[in-house]
Design a protein around this ligand. Structure first.
Ligand code: HEC
Length: 123
């Protein structure tokens, strides 16, 4: 995200509240909220959605076992960080038009919790 790199202060000002939510993100609440996600993101081979273990730090659309990525997600020039995940989850199709990931999480605090939970999957 070029904007992120070029204007960190502006971004921090704009997303100040979101950053706060990250800091306070509660992985236990995130795990509960993940019931919204786990029917598709089961983490099993053959699931209809990619395994999210290790998603933070990974390029979008690059989970090696998942064959059903859209071209839109595969060709998106995005690496998953707390910031990009939050933007994506807020309204996936707005960030990456054409993605079949269609579950928006409008609540900022809930996004922070979910991301805190996803981070625990990286360990
Ligand atoms: C109805 C099924 C479904 C549900 C429910 C769902 N997803 Fe997804 N998700 C998908 C699919 C399908 C993709 C792949 C989209 C594509 O290729 O465009 C995806 C992609 C993603 C990605 C990108 C992964 C990557 O490897 O680049 C993330 C992150 C993600 N979902 C998070 C979530 C979270 C968090 C939730 C719960 C709030 C959720 N998803 C709920 C189907 C779902």
């Amino acid at each position: 995200m070029k904007k992120t790199a070029a204007f960190p202060l502006a971004l921090m000002a704009a997303l100040g509240a979101v950053s706060g939510a990250f800091a306070a993100g509660d992985p236990a609440k995130g795990e509960q909220a993940f019931t919204l996600c786990g029917t598709c993101h089961t983490g099993q081979a053959g699931a209809i959605a990619p395994d999210l273990h290790g998603v933070i730090g990974r390029k979008a659309g690059s989970q090696p076992d998942f064959q059903l990525y859209t071209q839109a997600l595969k060709s998106a020039d995005v690496v998953w960080t707390e910031e990009t995940l939050s933007e994506f989850l807020k309204m996936p199709g707005a960030m990456i038009p054409g993605t079949t990931m269609a579950i928006p999480v409008p609540d900022e605090t809930q996004r922070g919790d979910l991301i805190a939970y996803l981070k625990t999957l990286d360990e």
